[in-house]
Design a protein around this ligand. Structure first.
Ligand SMILES: Cc1cc2nc3c(=O)[nH]c(=O)nc-3n(C[C@H](O)[C@H](O)[C@H](O)COP(=O)(O)O)c2cc1C
Length: 187
């Protein structure tokens, strides 16, 4: 799965998938339920990202957790499923692979890294979090963010429920190495 990849989310991939593929670029589309997954597959995308409801950022209205969404998509689609939502370490990675994912997308864990350019107070808020430290904003888009009392600000700070198990600022390299080194599953 090498080469240039174009990543689309939120909306109908059919609009762009054909043109992007004609240019020799692979397309990955983010979905939050099986209906969207089938639509994306029908539009010719190369893979889908399964966006679980526990994820940080824009999550859609489906409300389906990664534990249910990954196997449902893996069972019903013929294209690879990449898991997103709730993965911060080797345990989450292994769980996603066992549930049928062929890769993972990690968001919140990378917020609390040395390289991430967000303000320090956002990183500190992630470290202070428990798994109920996020809320879902309904408007203008459905988005999971840190509770404003944790960040001390009303501007939305996207982060997922998995914040609750992140207790250290690491480098991106350390995050990846810890996942790779603690081998729960073979690559
Ligand atoms: C700070 C932040 C910003 C994000 N911005 C986007 C975005 O612009 N577009 C998008 O499709 N997903 C976005 N996401 C979602 C991530 O790409 C990823 O799917 C999600 O964070 C995975 O769940 P996790 O946070 O539990 O790891 C964002 C996530 C975070 C934490």
């Amino acid at each position: 799965f090498f080469g240039t990849i174009h990543y689309t989310s939120a909306g109908n991939p059919a609009k762009y998938a054909e043109r992007i593929k004609e240019a020799g670029v692979r397309v990955i589309h983010k979905v939050s339920n099986l209906r969207e997954g089938k639509k994306a597959e029908g539009a010719g995308v190369d893979a889908v990202v399964a966006m679980g409801y526990e994820a940080g950022g824009i999550i859609g209205r489906s409300g389906i957790s990664s534990f249910c969404l990954i196997p449902e998509l893996a069972d019903n689609l013929n294209i690879p499923v990449i898991a997103a939502g709730g993965i911060a370490d080797a345990r989450g990675f292994a769980a996603a692979m066992i549930l049928g994912a062929e890769g993972v997308e990690i968001g919140t864990r990378l917020l609390a890294t040395k390289e991430c350019p967000v303000p320090g107070k956002i990183k500190e808020a992630v470290l202070k979090s428990t798994c109920d430290s996020t809320i879902v904003l309904e408007s203008p888009v459905v988005m999971r963010v840190l509770r404003p009392e944790l960040t001390g600000s009303d501007s939305p700070a996207p982060a997922g429920q998995v914040s609750g198990i992140i207790k250290e600022i690491l480098s991106v390299k350390e995050v990846i190495e810890r996942i790779v080194d603690q081998k729960f599953v073979e690559f």
